[in-house]
Design a protein around this ligand. Structure first.
Ligand SMILES: C[S@@+](CC[C@H](N)C(=O)[O-])C[C@H]1O[C@@H](n2cnc3c(N)ncnc32)[C@H](O)[C@@H]1O
Length: 298
């Protein structure tokens, strides 16, 4: 990430959700509260306001179509599909007894905020780079004024590249080692080096131990037959200071996880998302190349 600026890709994901909700026939995929909170976070910064006003322009659909054609067909719809999947996995984990949810690299996602209102007995912690997190915490404080949320949602800033997640979380009072815990990492591992990803797994294992669940997204390598990302995207991400550093072929994931003391429970990818969340009928082109993995520590 570029120093002293919030993650550009975190803005892109959030703008994408609001775009799907306001400008496309797939608005049914975005719950009203997710859209409202998205607009609230975008309104809290200059960059976010510029992105909101871009959505009002009559050319927005054309521009989005061209950008996707050049870089990554279907990516805007993919953001909401992967969020729907992660929310479903999180709800399943809470129903199965998890009482602590920790989101690593939470960006401008609203899942922890929304669920913290719905599950007051569950402890939620959002961890993110300080440059991204400072915008969000303020924006959600405003949103919380009208709701009972936030008492059980805490923010911790950590730069995964320069700081040790394990040390930071161990010293963070709201973190409770004794609670059955789910860690989430959505749209983050690809921006970390392999060593940083391995450190993330080791930190979770050391902090929370056996039985801890981990739901994370990972991208397929560019040359994988399961990836429709174009070369132009890799060059663009490098240019904006968020290059892709780690990828993992789905079929190789179980062996990688085994080395981290983890077992794979499920991999859900685009065809699963389509079946579960999209209304039947003709679909636009979807993005292939990023999957949601569900694992637990042994
Ligand atoms: C694409 S955004 C995803 C945000 C969110 N999880 C979502 O999917 O909506 C990537 C996130 O990773 C975080 N991130 C990237 N590199 C990081 C680092 N070195 N340390 C901490 N966070 C980092 C960014 O701040 C950003 O919030």
């Amino acid at each position: 990430m570029k120093e002293n600026t919030a993650s550009s890709t975190a803005y892109t994901v959030l703008q994408g959700l609001v775009y799907i909700a306001k400008c496309t026939p797939h608005s049914y995929l975005v719950p009203d509260e997710m859209r409202r909170l998205g607009e609230c976070v975008l309104s809290a910064s200059e960059e976010g306001r510029a992105r909101l006003s871009a959505l009002e322009k009559p050319t927005i659909r054309l521009k989005t179509g061209i950008r996707e054609f050049i870089f990554l067909p279907g990516i805007t719809l993919h953001y909401i599909l992967r969020k729907r999947c992660i929310e479903e996995k999180t709800r399943e984990a809470i129903a199965a007894g998890v009482t602590q949810v920790i989101s690593l690299g939470a960006g401008f996602d609203s899942l922890a905020f929304r669920l913290s209102c719905e599950f007051p007995e569950v402890n939620f912690i959002e961890i993110d780079h300080p440059d991204t997190q400072k915008f969000k915490a303020d924006a959600f404080d405003h949103a919380a004024e009208a709701q009972s949320g936030l008492a059980n949602l805490k923010y911790l800033d950590v730069d995964f590249t320069h700081q040790n997640i394990e040390d930071r979380l161990r010293r963070f009072d709201p973190f409770d080692r004794s609670r059955p815990t789910l860690f989430i990492s959505e749209g983050v591992t690809m921006y970390l080096t392999e060593d940083e990803v391995i450190h993330m797994f080791a930190s979770i294992r050391n902090l929370s131990g056996a039985g801890t669940r981990f739901v994370f997204t990972a991208v397929e390598p560019r040359e994988s037959p399961r990836n429709n990302t174009r070369l132009a995207l890799f060059l663009y991400l490098k240019l904006i200071g968020e290059p892709i550093k780690w990828s993992m072929e789905g079929p190789l994931l179980p062996a990688f996880l085994e080395k981290q003391g983890c077992k794979l429970d499920a991999i859900d990818a685009t065809d699963d998302f389509k079946k579960r969340y999209m209304a039947p009928g003709r679909h636009p082109r979807l993005h292939y190349g990023e999957y949601v993995a569900v694992a637990h520590f042994e």
